[in-house]
Design a protein around this ligand. Structure first.
Ligand SMILES: Cc1cc2nc3c(=O)[nH]c(=O)nc-3n(C[C@H](O)[C@H](O)[C@H](O)COP(=O)(O)O)c2cc1C
Length: 185
């Protein structure tokens, strides 16, 4: 697929099934991620590839996190939280590795990791897969952060759920004029 076609036709898909990208394809996705712009070459990212039973481990962490946030959460709520990580055969968790730097503020490092995440989404789509970038409370939860090894300044940028689309998404075109203007000074 041509790059412009891939970018213009990407659409999030929540209902995903196997097959997921193969080991080789995942390596290509990570290489694509690492082509993101990166001020001062800080490489401000970590990519956690979560497949197979590891998804259940992540689900356990989501459940534990909910229990800590809400000690009154009932079994149905906990079970729902645990099952979230099973919504796709592959999850790539993107973590911005943020450090204090004289030239590169934290926001730029998080933006770089975000650009890396989007490169993964587009590359996966170009390979014929689908996915959705999700955050939710787990992204900002202390228990989840600790379990995934996020340091104090790090930011979990998102959980990229990837696999094969169970339903073809509908693309709607939007006028660029709602967002773009020629600024003439
Ligand atoms: C940082 C970030 C976090 C997001 N978190 C969620 C989320 O937790 N749940 C969700 O349904 N969509 C989330 N989204 C939105 C979806 O990824 C997606 O963009 C949205 O469903 C619109 O679909 P589209 O990408 O096809 O336009 C998030 C997007 C971004 C950029």
């Amino acid at each position: 697929m041509e790059a412009i076609e891939a970018i213009l036709s990407r659409k999030s898909v929540a209902m995903l099934a196997a097959p997921a990208p193969s080991k080789e394809e995942i390596a290509t996705l990570i290489q694509a991620a690492m082509r993101a712009p990166d001020h001062c070459n800080l490489r401000p990212w970590r990519f956690l590839v979560i497949e197979n039973e590891a998804r259940e481990d992540l689900g356990e962490i989501f459940g534990e996190a909910l229990k800590k946030r809400d000690p009154d959460a009932n079994e149905a709520m906990l079970s729902k939280a645990r099952s979230k990580s099973l919504r796709a055969p592959l999850i790539i968790t993107v973590i911005a590795k943020v450090e204090d730097h004289p030239k590169v503020p934290h926001i730029e490092q998080v933006l770089s990791a975000g650009a890396a995440a989007q490169n993964i989404m587009i590359a996966a789509h170009a390979m014929g897969y689908a996915g959705i970038w999700r955050s939710g409370k787990p992204c900002f939860d202390a228990h989840v952060r600790a379990a995934l090894g996020a340091q104090e300044k790090d930011q979990i940028v998102g959980f990229l759920y990837l696999g094969t689309a169970l339903k073809t998404p509908i693309l709607r075109s939007e006028p660029i004029s709602d967002y773009m203007e020629n600024w003439t000074g």
